[in-house]
Design a protein. Structure first.
Length: 268
């Protein structure tokens, strides 16, 4: 029987070998108590981009797998010099180049876990309503970084310029986080000032109303509605493009990344 601490180290190292930029482990019971998962079911109904209606599943309901006991979280760097990693391209496998890279890492890791360690895994869909999870909370528990004032993950190495994906495991492993890292308290809030829709200008959530101190935007100032408005505008401004290496035509959407790209953390 293998030692679980040793197994966690091996999984993280193998993820990096498979081209992840960062990796960590989180326990599912810890994730169930994470801020996003706790507040999700208390929030008003929302049907913007990044959500789907699924019959039989209520707003805010997360479908947890009975087999999942822990998971591995991976991050892939999304550098400024490769903006096309995040261009949403309908007709392209994985939809974005960044997501295709994440899928490749996860697939190799799942195969290695099964073959070499006898550990079963579950690959996750993107949407919460289809069995997905909040990746940024998972990354915090895995020791990759903290939630920034831009309401997304901030890592010491790359700031917010990363893409995330997780693989559920049927093996009980402890979370490797939380990281002793928080660059935001004294920051000049470049991310919030950069938002074209002023999504951080109004307090939307309170600790009293939701019964927790960890709120969206750290202090409850993040508006999903305004953020979604920008995403809708970006989608409307998409264009037909040729998908390289195929005879297909895709629809390319360049979603806003301003609050992510302007973050000074992780820049040399």
């Amino acid at each position: 029987m293998f030692n679980n601490d040793s197994l966690s180290d091996q999984i993280i190292k193998k993820a990096l070998i498979f081209n992840a930029s960062l990796s960590g482990i989180f326990n599912i019971e810890d994730l169930k108590k994470s801020p996003s998962h706790v507040i999700f079911g208390k929030m008003a109904a929302y049907s913007g981009r990044g959500t789907r209606k699924v019959e039989g599943i209520k707003q805010g309901e997360v479908r947890w797998s009975d087999k999942a006991k822990s998971a591995v979280i991976i991050a892939v760097e999304h550098p400024d010099k490769a903006p096309d990693m995040d261009w949403w391209l309908k007709g392209f496998k994985g939809l974005t180049k960044g997501n295709a890279k994440l899928i490749s890492v996860i697939s190799k890791l799942a195969e290695w876990l099964k073959k070499e360690k006898g550990v079963e895994s579950i690959k996750l869909p993107y949407h919460i309503e289809h069995g997905g999870i909040f990746m940024k909370d998972s990354a915090v528990l895995g020791g990759l970084g903290c939630i920034g004032k831009n309401n997304i993950l901030v890592t010491p190495q790359f700031g917010s310029r990363v893409r995330l994906r997780a693989l559920l495991l049927d093996e009980e492993l402890p979370s490797t986080g939380n990281l002793d890292f928080d660059p935001c308290p004294d920051c000049e809030e470049y991310c919030r000032k950069a938002c074209p829709q002023k999504a951080f200008d109004q307090k939307m959530y309170s600790a009293e109303e939701y019964g927790q101190s960890e709120l969206p935007g750290r202090t409850g100032v993040f508006s999903r509605i305004r953020c979604n408005k920008q995403m809708e505008e970006d989608a409307a401004n998409g264009k037909d493009v040729e998908i390289k290496g195929t005879d297909k035509i895709g629809y390319e959407i360049r979603y806003c990344r301003r609050c992510e790209q302007i973050c000074p953390v992780g820049r040399s």
